[in-house]
Design a binder for this molecule. Structure first.
Ligand SMILES: [Zn+2]
Length: 157
């Protein structure tokens, strides 16, 4: 799955559920977080990246646990809102990667079994059609936003 598809997916969900502007921004950034972490660890060493890609940092439990910790600690806004958005975005990344033939790990620190529903290959025509659908959802979701959402957004500029 391409990053643009991951980010469009997170934005579509954020807008559809009228998430706070800061939460939405966090979700769009978090939508590429698992890949960014792996790139950071592998320091652009392609062999290392391929060895760890869609491994531990693509395990949903990691980010779900982060959300559970946040629900207990209730960190103050705005950092807490952005952090929750990052974690939700990361979960959306993993959900979309599960649509790839390779899937994502079902368990931590183990490559098998994998969670997968192989509907889309990265860069395939199906992915582009899926992205077009997400863009339509973004347009519909944006249309649903009310004046107060835009006022909260304008607060940051
Ligand atoms: Zn990924």
């Amino acid at each position: 799955m391409k990053w643009v598809t991951h980010q469009a997916g997170a934005l579509a969900v954020a807008l559809w559920f009228k998430a706070e502007p800061l939460m939405s921004a966090g979700m769009v950034l978090g939508a590429v977080l698992p890949d960014l972490i792996e790139q950071g660890i592998s320091r652009r060493d392609r062999r290392l990246f391929l060895a760890i890609h869609r491994g531990f940092f693509h395990w949903f439990g990691l980010y779900a646990a982060g959300l559970a910790v946040m629900a207990c600690l209730r960190p103050a806004a705005p950092a807490g809102v952005v952090a929750a958005g990052l974690l939700l975005g990361a979960l959306s990344h993993i959900a979309l990667d599960a649509l790839n033939p390779g899937g994502v790990p079902a368990l931590p620190l183990r490559d098998r079994p994998r969670l997968r529903l192989p509907l889309l290959s990265t860069g395939s025509l199906r992915e582009w059609i899926f992205l077009a659908g997400l863009l339509a959802l973004i347009a519909l979701g944006g249309h649903r936003l009310d004046e107060s959402w835009f006022r909260r957004l304008a607060h940051f500029f």
